[in-house]
Design a protein. Structure first.
Length: 113
């Protein structure tokens, strides 16, 4: 599988294949690329950002996951964000949803309101 490492601005073009049960990464200029390629092949994850409703206000609260979540869980994470309504006040970093969608990852506020 061809992929571009996004761990730094250099953007190395890599070949990532599974050979005899081992993940082989070629084209990376540093070890971070090998980690990125292996994770992308075996368990790709992403940070998720979104908006959560605020009780009594039209303006929503911007939020994000505290860590990357498996790509397969992104829809469930977004659904949980959509279902949530928070009460003010909220500070940056406050946990809005603990262990969202069974991932063990929290949803945290990214703004003070
Ligand atoms: S492999 Fe290393 S140098 Fe290349 S893009 Fe990834 S982090 Fe940057």
């Amino acid at each position: 599988m061809k992929m571009i490492c996004i761990s730094c601005p250099r953007g190395c073009e890599m070949d990532v294949v599974q050979e005899a049960g081992e993940v082989v990464v070629k084209g990376n200029a540093c070890p971070r690329g090998e980690d990125y390629g292996r994770n992308e092949l075996i368990n790709p994850t992403r940070m998720v950002t979104g908006l959560v409703k605020v009780a009594g206000m039209r303006k929503p609260l911007p939020v994000k996951t505290s860590r990357p979540v498996p790509k397969g869980a992104i829809d469930a994470v977004l659904f949980s964000m959509h279902q949530m309504t928070v009460q003010l006040p909220v500070k940056i970093g406050d946990v809005i949803i603990q262990g969202v969608a069974g991932t063990g990852v929290d949803i945290v506020a990214t703004a003070n309101m």
